[in-house]
Design a protein around this ligand. Structure first.
Ligand SMILES: *[C@@H]1O[C@H](CO)[C@@H](O)[C@H](O)[C@H]1NC(C)=O
Ligand SMILES: *[C@@H]1O[C@H](CO)[C@@H](O)[C@H](O)[C@H]1NC(C)=O
Ligand SMILES: *[C@@H]1O[C@H](CO)[C@@H](O)[C@H](O)[C@H]1NC(C)=O
Length: 420
């Protein structure tokens, strides 16, 4: 016995030492773009071939697009109707989705479902000919709803529910989330997505569409291990300070467990790079100007997504995308890698940066010390272990200590690691 413990103990200690690093360096991958629903042979089938590459790059979570049957104008899944019907999605059928999720899980990668619950496409016409009657998806009748489940001030239907508690989608009916049956029906469906398909968490689409109190209820009822909210106030795209405060108060109002996409970091970073105004990357307290400067443990950083890039709504300046990745992959928050940048632009330094992040145990709440934030250069130390520089100036002066070694560089960026 004694000798066995003697042998096991070092391994146990090693394992314990490694665990924080595994959980620390969570990397989310957005596993689709706006064109994925048109993929010949189906996206679920096609994407399986990407799994080995994602695993060797160190991706820990993959966000998949909305998998339910979706209205005729919404092949991408963002106008879902029969939520339990996973067989008629343009991405493929339920068995194909399950096979993909299993492949990812076998490689240690968890899957995040895209949950669109603000609005819902009607299945049948009401007496006035509008599509305001819902069906859950055969053979499940739990989501068979009528006008009493639609907000009373809806733009499309003559809703008989309570007034909307958030902004309206406009094209298809907005659901009344104050209705307890809506809450329990949707929670049941989300839990079914976990048990039936194998998702461990959710990306909540358009959370501004209903009050944060309801998001909190869905969190409590479904307990995802990873939940990220799309809180995107487009009228605030150029005001990262106002936007990050809105997101932070939304997180508090929704119970504090949520993560949220860091739209403020994307906005200020892309504007600062484009305008050669990197001084903006330091806020008035000397911290980061995005959500990572307020609630780093709740921030999911990203450069572009299926909306901002694919639909050209608010794209990151093309030449500066790699500098963007140097920032998010070395900084606090949970960074996201976008499908196009990894598989279509083939930005191989993304994998190098993930390796540096993981090796140094950089985590969402790692410390950040900004060494320079001038118009043409931004330099920061993370956990006093990694130093990152972005911006056109290569003048680092005496800011890099001699025990730091250059480990990665490219056009207008460089990364140093502290030597043992
Ligand atoms: C969006 O931003 C605008 C401008 O700052 C603000 O007036 C509005 O309240 C915000 N909307 C939401 C839903 O947070
Ligand atoms: C933000 O600024 C850019 C560039 O100045 C401009 O094109 C864009 O319309 C602005 N967006 C908003 C929402 O004000
Ligand atoms: C990236 O790699 C893919 C797969 O090898 C290839 O089809 C594509 O043309 C490459 N893109 C660029 C921009 O090199």
């Amino acid at each position: 016995m004694q000798s066995r413990i003697g042998i096991c103990l070092p391994f146990l200690l090693l394992l314990i030492a490694l665990i924080p690093n595994f959980t620390a360096s969570q990397i989310l991958f957005q596993g689709f773009n706006w064109a994925s629903s048109t993929k010949e042979g189906g996206w679920w089938n096609f994407f399986r071939s990407s799994v080995p590459q994602l695993a060797s790059a160190g991706i820990t979570h993959v966000w998949l697009p909305p998998a339910s049957q979706s209205g005729s104008d919404g092949p991408q899944g963002y106008l879902p109707g029969r939520l339990y019907d996973l067989d008629t999605s343009k991405y493929g059928n339920k068995n194909e989705l399950k096979a993909l999720v299993k492949d990812l899980k076998d490689k240690g990668i968890e899957c995040i479902a895209d949950i669109v619950i603000n609005h819902r496409s009607g299945e049948k016409q009401d007496a006035s000919g509008k599509f305001c009657i819902f069906e859950g998806g055969t053979p499940d009748a739990r989501l068979d709803w009528d006008a009493s489940f639609i907000c009373s001030d809806d733009d499309v239907c003559d809703g008989k529910g309570k007034p909307d508690t958030g902004i309206s989608w406009g094209k298809v009916p907005d659901i009344d989330h104050t209705n307890p049956k809506v809450q329990s029906d949707l929670s049941d469906w989300m839990n079914w997505m976990k048990t039936e398909v194998g998702f461990v968490g959710f990306r909540f689409d358009m959370v501004l569409g209903y009050g944060p109190a309801y998001s909190k209820i869905y969190m409590q009822n479904t307990k995802p291990s990873f939940a990220v909210a799309e809180h995107w106030n487009r009228t605030n795209d150029n005001n990262s300070e106002a936007q990050r405060r809105e997101i932070a108060s939304w997180i508090d109002a929704a119970g504090g467990e949520f993560k949220a996409f860091d739209f403020p970091t994307k906005g200020v970073l892309q504007a600062a790079l484009r305008d050669k105004a990197l001084g903006r990357m330091k806020d008035s307290n000397g911290g980061a100007p995005g959500l990572i400067g307020l609630k780093p443990g709740n921030a999911v950083t990203f450069i572009d997504n299926h909306d901002t890039y694919s639909q050209d709504l608010w794209p990151f300046p093309r030449e500066q995308v790699m500098q963007g990745y140097v920032y998010i992959l070395t900084h606090p928050g949970v960074p996201t890698v976008f499908y196009d940048h990894f598989f279509e632009w083939n930005l191989t330094h993304i994998s190098n940066l993930i390796a540096i992040r993981s090796k140094n145990g950089i985590k969402p709440t790692s410390s950040l010390r900004i060494l320079a934030a001038d118009p043409d250069r931004y330099i920061a130390a993370i956990d006093e272990k990694v130093i990152a520089k972005i911006g056109p100036s290569d003048d680092v002066g005496n800011l890099i200590p001699s025990n730091f070694k250059l480990v990665l560089s490219g056009e207008h960026y460089a990364v140093w690691e502290k030597q043992a």
